[in-house]
Design a protein around this ligand. Structure first.
Ligand code: G3P
Ligand code: CA
Length: 298
């Protein structure tokens, strides 16, 4: 081909490629990572225009013994967007719903869950500490939690506590997948290695990165880990509003925990937070209905 014609073809190809990339950026967000994140808008619940999504903490920790099936049922009855729970492994590798590394605070047992077998944990009472009327509640397994979640129109945010091998993460993902939970369960962790492991072995599940520090690396790390949202305490977010804006510009959402007061909910919505984690989904649900009704009437 003549050099001039060749140059023209190359130029045309470059223009078409540029137009295509521009179209993709406009369609999916400012960066390739944003495109990945926007396809994982926490199963459609990440952003609620002019409002927030409700994440009911440890089931509904203000209303029933945390992380028990009773707490899950109460949250589900409220029609929350997500029920949040924490997962730990017993010494024989059974994933169970427990927040603390030890059994002491929320059961009548003691010592680390990691040194107790499933049978030992199963024998404990996980409700009486909250209210004698809740005596007899057990520490549920992940499978039992899924039995309750399955028929409900609610999603779950499952936090992996403690250390997890890639194989253990894979087992959890396989169980969730076998129960058709890919579009209903998002996995979250404070631990970077756990999030990396999930990205590797369970990329089909949306992930939330929880953090106690927010610095210049946070946004790029969130992009690298391809998480759908980053979660932190309100004070951390208030101190880093520039990073919150940066995060939003990448298409990644924000979550804040654990907010149980109207003043805090007002502040979160002012900040444009996507998901509020609360112990009391009843009160937060009333507040949300009011602000949504006010917005609709405005
Ligand atoms: O969803 C975030 C929140 O659950 C993290 O805090 O300590 O209650 O697990 P924590
Ligand atoms: Ca948690």
């Amino acid at each position: 081909m003549h050099t001039d014609s060749l140059r023209r073809v190359t130029l045309r190809t470059a223009c078409v490629a540029w137009a295509l990339v521009t179209l993709l950026v406009v369609l999916f967000g400012a960066t390739p990572h944003a495109a990945a994140a926007s396809t994982m808008q926490l199963h459609g619940a990440l952003h609620r225009e002019g409002s927030v999504s409700i994440v009911s903490h440890r089931g509904a920790a203000a209303l029933a013994p945390e992380n028990t099936l009773a707490a899950m049922r109460i949250a589900i009855e409220q029609g929350v967007d997500f029920v949040e729970t924490d997962l730990q492994l017993t010494s024989d590798g059974v994933p169970m719903l427990l927040h603390d590394p030890t059994l002491d605070r929320t059961t009548n047992g003691s010592g680390p869950i990691a040194t107790h077998t499933f049978d030992e944990v199963r024998a404990l009472d996980a409700g009486g500490w909250f209210d004698p009327a809740n005596a007899g509640e057990r520490v549920p397994t992940l499978e039992e939690f899924l039995d309750v979640l399955e028929p409900a129109n609610v999603r779950a945010l499952v936090e992996l506590k403690g250390d997890w091998t890639t194989e253990q993460l894979s087992d959890v993902a396989d169980l969730l997948q076998s129960r058709y939970m890919v579009n209903r369960v998002a996995l979250q962790s404070f631990d970077e290695e756990t999030l990396r492991g999930l990205q590797q072995v369970a990329p089909q599940f949306a992930r939330v990165m929880l953090t106690r520090e927010w610095d210049a690396r946070t946004v790029s790390l969130a992009q690298e880990l391809e998480v759908s949202a980053v979660g932190g305490r309100p004070k951390l977010i208030d101190r880093n509003l520039d990073l919150l804006a940066e995060l939003r510009a990448t298409g990644i959402g924000s979550l804040t925990y654990t907010l149980n007061k109207t003043k805090r909910w007002d502040r979160a919505i002012e900040r444009g937070i996507d998901l509020i984690v609360t112990d009391d989904p009843v009160e937060l649900g009333v507040w949300r209905s009011e602000i949504e009704a006010a917005a609709a009437g405005a």
